[in-house]
Design a protein around this ligand. Structure first.
Ligand SMILES: Cc1ncc(COP(=O)(O)O)c(C=O)c1O
Length: 371
């Protein structure tokens, strides 16, 4: 039997192999230092990431979900306060909000999977305190409009940029980094993310000094000085080994995002299947995922067919946030028609900085000629 080419969504072993010497050296340095929590390596990551992002402050934390929770706590959001967020995407923001008694107001997304900005103002109430775009799959929402609405109504903007490290946002013809144009930006450094470590990791950025100090206290049990607790906080640390890996990966982030763009361009120009709508290529995207829309009701059958051919594909996400059982009765659903449609039609194809042209061509051939 002819060998099947097995292609996962992303190949983290390959990514490690690519940077092995640098990563091994950085990790050995931490292991030899005896300083495994905090310290110089973590400081270096916060400084390097802040410089890269062009922001004043980066505060590292244990994961992207904590980054969101800490952002809500730092902004002193209170029980019953409403946050406008998309009805489609990863659940972390809605979940963290519900956990501390906030109310997500779920607003539908547009064609590019981001918050549909034309619906936001209609969802604002006297209880609304913030707008939270999820920069899904590596593509930013229209931040210029979101910031304008937020300013008009006196709202915070919290960017869930977990999937968009290194992405671009244009405001008034100026280009900024994803996650840096709101009040607070939140990142995940989960291994598969564009800037991922080899375990859990997260970070929070802001240009507001007082807010940065408060975030720093909250992530460390609310401590203002050793064993002096000013705020109620949490324990959320990025450990030094993960910071060491991020210091290496940060140097390669732009190059890796460029490779993701090349892969996306190849898919967009090669995929020609009448039931699978590929995305138009977008140079501002960082292609954390390459999402397609299956226009028939055969999405799951197509996934199984691909799997039999050795190709992994994934649905991000099989339900809108508004449809998740955990959220029922805890959120206000403003609008979710397209979100529900996307949950039924989304199909993401393998993409990573290490996937080869040959593998992408193979996937396209299978889709175009064998499905
Ligand atoms: C959009 C989004 N937000 C938040 C998170 C949460 O990040 P973490 O898994 O690091 O807690 C993720 C992780 O998958 C995500 O994709």
């Amino acid at each position: 039997m002819k060998d099947i080419m097995n292609i996962p969504m992303n190949d983290l072993k390959r990514e490690y192999a690519l940077l092995k010497d640098e990563i091994d050296e950085a990790m050995a340095e931490v292991l030899a230092s005896g300083r495994y929590i905090g310290g110089d390596v973590v400081d270096r990551f916060e400084k390097g990431w802040a410089d890269y992002l062009g922001v004043e402050h980066v505060i590292s934390c244990a994961n992207g979900t904590d980054a969101l929770l800490i952002a809500f706590m730092a902004l002193d959001l209170q029980q019953g306060d409403e946050i406008i967020m998309p009805a489609y995407g990863y659940i972390a923001a809605a979940e963290s909000a519900v956990l501390i008694g906030l109310v997500p107001v779920l607003v539908d997304v547009g064609a590019a999977y981001n918050l549909d900005v034309s619906l936001i103002e209609d969802a604002i109430s006297s209880k609304t305190k913030a707008i939270l775009p999820i920069q899904l799959f590596g593509k930013c929402a229209d931040m210029q409009v979101i910031n304008t609405i937020a300013k008009r109504h006196g709202l915070y903007v919290i960017e869930d940029a977990a999937q968009a490290s290194g992405g671009a946002v244009v405001i008034d013809n100026q280009t900024y980094k994803a996650g840096t144009v709101g009040t607070i930006g939140c990142f995940s450094h989960f291994p598969t993310k564009n800037l991922g470590c080899f375990g859990d990791g997260g970070s929070i950025c802001t240009n507001d000094k007082d807010l940065a100090e408060k975030i720093r206290r909250i992530k460390k049990h609310g401590q203002s000085a050793k064993y002096i607790h000013k705020d109620v906080g949490v324990n959320s640390r990025l450990d030094a080994l993960q910071a060491a890996i991020l210091n290496v990966k940060l140097k390669h982030l732009d190059q890796h995002n460029n490779r993701r763009r090349e892969v996306a361009k190849r898919y967009s120009s090669s995929l020609k299947h009448q039931e699978i709508k590929a995305m138009d290529f977008d140079a501002a995207h960082t292609y954390h995922q390459y999402p397609c829309v299956v226009t028939s009701d055969r999405r799951d059958a197509i996934k199984s067919q691909l799997s039999r051919q050795g190709i992994t594909s994934t649905t991000y996400y099989p339900k809108a946030i508004s449809e998740q059982e955990a959220m029922l009765g805890k959120v206000i659903v403003h609008s979710d028609k397209r979100s529900k449609e996307l949950a039924l039609s989304n199909l993401c194809l393998p993409i990573s900085p290490t996937i080869t042209d040959e593998e992408v061509d193979h996937i396209c051939d299978i889709i175009n000629y064998k499905l």
